[in-house]
Design a protein around this ligand. Structure first.
Ligand SMILES: O=P(O)(O)OC[C@H]1O[C@H](O)[C@H](O)[C@@H](O)[C@@H]1O
Length: 258
C-alpha cells in the first residue's frame, strides 16, 4: 500500500502528518490535506501545486475554534436556523478514522486516495442536541485530482430527528470581479442580507458587485465557477442535496440539505 494512494483508515499512519492531519495524493500529483479537527479538508492542490481552497489569514487553526477556510462541515444545523451555535458543532469536534465504513465499498479505491472519518456525539453534544447519530464522511481524490466528499448520517436508535447540513466550501479565486457563476440563473434564492427574503435571480451568469449571502433553492446538480483571471473553472457536482449557497467576500458553495 503506497503512501497517499490509500491514506485511509486501513493504513492511517501512511498518510498522517505531524499535526494528525491525513494527506491524500492522487497519481497525477494532486493533494488534499484533511484535519481530524472538524473532519475538514484544509488544503486541496492540483498537480501543479496550486492551492484551490481559500483559508482566511485570520483563521484560527487550533481546536476548539472553527477554522474559516477549506471545507468546514456544517451539521446538525446550517447557519442560524436553529438553537445551536452557528453551523452546528461538527466543525468544532475531533473526528476519528472510521475503520468500518459499512456500506461503502473499497472497490473503487484502486484509482482513488481516500480517508473514511466518523463523528459520534459526545455527552455534552447530546445535552444541546439530544439525538443519537453516526456521521460518516468519505473524502477522496480521484486519479485526476478531483475532490469528492460523501456524507452519510445514521440514526442510531431509530428516534426521528431532523437536521440541516452543508459543505461550507471556500474556493480560492482571484479578483472577485473576474468571477462568474453559471447554473443558478433564474432560480429562487433566500437573501441572508434581508431576513432570508425570497427573490428570483434575473439575467445571465452571476457576477459579484457587492456583498452577497444567499441560499439558492432547488439548485441544479452541476454549477460552474469561472475565474477569468486564473483561467480556471471549478465544476461543482452534488447529489442528494437540494440547495446551493454563496457568499462573497468568502466565496463558498454549501450545497445544503434542510
Ligand atoms: O463565520 P462563520 O460562522 O464561519 O460563517 C460564515 C458564513 O456562513 C454562512 O454562509 C452565512 O450565511 C454567512 O452569513 C456567514 O458569514
Amino acid at each position: 500500500m503506497s503512501m497517499g494512494r490509500y491514506a485511509a483508515s486501513t493504513d492511517p499512519e501512511a498518510g498522517r502528518d505531524g499535526d494528525g492531519a491525513v494527506l491524500l495524493r492522487s497519481p497525477s500529483g494532486a493533494t488534499a490535506r484533511v484535519s481530524l479537527h472538524g473532519g475538514q479538508v484544509v488544503s486541496w492542490k492540483n498537480d501543479r501545486g496550486d492551492e484551490l481552497l481559500f483559508t482566511s489569514s485570520k483563521a484560527i487553526m487550533k481546536p476548539p475554534k472553527a477554522m474559516r477556510g477549506g471545507i468546514p462541515i456544517c451539521f446538525p444545523q446550517f447557519g442560524n436556523c436553529g438553537t445551536l451555535e452557528r453551523h452546528g458543532f461538527a466543525r468544532n469536534r475531533m473526528w476519528a478514522l472510521d475503520e468500518e465504513h459499512p456500506g461503502l465499498s473499497r472497490s473503487d479505491s484502486g484509482s482513488r486516495s481516500l480517508v473514511d472519518l466518523i463523528l459520534k456525539p459526545s455527552e455534552e453534544d447530546q445535552k444541546s442536541w439530544p439525538h443519537s447519530f453516526e456521521f460518516r464522511l468519505r473524502i477522496s481524490l480521484t486519479k485526476d485530482g478531483d475532490l469528492s466528499l460523501v456524507s452519510r448520517i445514521r440514526n442510531v436508535n431509530g428516534k426521528p430527528f431532523s437536521f440541516s447540513f452543508a459543505y461550507h466550501t471556500y474556493l480560492s479565486v482571484s479578483d472577485i470581479s473576474e468571477v462568474r457563476i453559471e447554473g443558478l440563473e433564474t432560480l429562487d434564492y433566500l437573501d441572508n442580507l434581508s431576513q432570508r427574503e425570497r427573490h428570483t435571480e434575473q439575467g445571465d451568469a452571476i457576477t459579484f458587485e457587492s456583498e452577497v449571502d444567499r441560499v439558492y433553492v432547488s439548485s441544479p446538480n452541476v454549477i460552474a465557477v469561472l475565474d477569468h483571471e486564473k483561467k480556471r473553472t471549478f465544476v461543482i457536482r452534488k447529489d442528494g442535496l437540494p440547495d446551493t449557497g454563496k457568499t462573497h467576500p468568502f466565496i463558498h458553495f454549501p450545497p445544503c440539505l434542510q
